[in-house]
Design a binder for this molecule. Structure first.
Ligand code: P6P
Length: 332
């Protein structure tokens, strides 16, 4: 039987570009370069157990976290691919304290922010990890990019996506016109369209939160967790945001990381974790908020800014927001 036509990531990007008004091909080229970097990272992640790159790299990143060797490799690979792409004038990474200008292309019109290997504490126990990326058009018009080109609300993202290094390697991205998933076929080295036009279920019966922090969460978040437990929902928490959000996107449910007493701004990063994933979740028909306000409307003030986050099936996020609102009314 004739095999269905394989649509590669490159082909899909080119087709999508035809629908982007005034697309000059630069964004398409940028997306293809990120796809290339992801294939190389996937190759290294899949052999991490075989060579000594899974261990700690004996350095710390700007957050003071131990950086694992694969983190650094993924970071360097993405920077190198983006530097060579010619379409990006600056990058910001979880692993870099400040943004980097790409001097050879300082007049290019896009900036890219990324978490090169999110969930890296799971690397040495072979649990899924991921890369998250966000692409913005620069705000400044000439010369080297500035931090203001990076400090933009999530609604200004022109594209966003993630790569999940799991039982298979998947790339999921959006340019604001639908969310599409591609699975890497290692035999041909191509990301092939496997999940066209992803739509998140309106509701679900899975909640995803670190229940171990229950006593540290605000009253509203605790009340919502009680509701989930009393409603017979299943708790699924991998501790790798890309994996938890991917499951939520495909199966429905809610992923949340509320503020805690030790992290009053939450743990997860706005610019290169929550914003890109929120663009995908909203693009698939879901909701993403900080418990009150839309994630994509939060004004950034610094590159590594954190935010509480509730994202997933719209009815479940709205329910969580109701519990939070009611708890605040009681508190006043
Ligand atoms: P906790 C991984 O370190 C990460 O940044 C996200 O991928 C994940 O969702 C979260 O932190 C897990 O944090 O506090 O539950 O271990």
């Amino acid at each position: 039987m004739m095999q269905n036509k394989i649509i590669s990531l490159d082909e899909h990007i080119i087709r999508s570009q035809r629908n982007l008004p005034y697309a000059s091909g630069e964004l398409s080229s940028l997306l293809r370069d990120i796809g290339l970097a992801s294939k190389i990272v996937s190759r290294e992640v899949n052999k991490a157990g075989l060579v000594d790159i899974a261990g700690r790299a004996d350095v710390e990143n700007q957050s003071g976290d131990d950086v694992q060797k694969l983190d650094m490799l993924a970071n360097d690979l993405l920077i190198s691919c983006l530097r060579n792409s010619g379409e990006c004038c600056g990058i910001a990474s979880e692993e870099e304290e400040d943004f980097k200008t790409i001097d050879t292309h300082k007049f290019s019109k896009y900036v890219v922010l990324f978490d090169p290997l999110d969930g890296s504490s799971n690397i040495d126990v072979n649990v899924s990890i991921g890369t998250i990326f966000a692409i913005y058009r620069r705000k400044t018009f000439d010369g080297e990019c500035t931090k203001y080109d990076f400090l933009q609300k999530g609604v200004k993202q022109v594209a966003a996506g993630y790569v999940l290094y799991g039982s298979s390697t998947m790339l999921v991205y959006t340019t604001g016109r639908g969310v599409n998933g591609f699975t890497l076929d290692p035999s041909i080295g191509e990301f092939c369209l496997s999940h066209p036009n992803i739509e998140i279920p309106k509701s679900g019966k899975v909640y995803s939160v670190n229940q171990g922090n229950y006593n540290k969460y605000p009253r509203g978040a605790r009340a919502y967790i009680d509701h989930c437990m009393n409603s017979g929902y299943s708790l699924r928490y991998i501790g790798s945001m890309v994996a938890d959000v991917h499951r939520t996107l495909i199966k429905g449910g809610i992923f949340f990381y509320p503020a805690t007493k030790s992290k009053p701004e939450g743990k997860l990063r706005l610019l290169y974790e929550c914003n890109p994933l929120a663009m995908l979740i909203e693009g698939a028909g879901g909701k993403a908020s900080n418990g009150r306000d839309r994630i994509l409307e939060i004004e950034p003030h610094e590159l590594h800014q954190r935010t509480p986050v509730f994202m997933g099936s719209p009815e479940m996020v709205e329910e969580a927001e109701t519990y939070i609102r009611e708890a605040e009314l009681v508190a006043t």
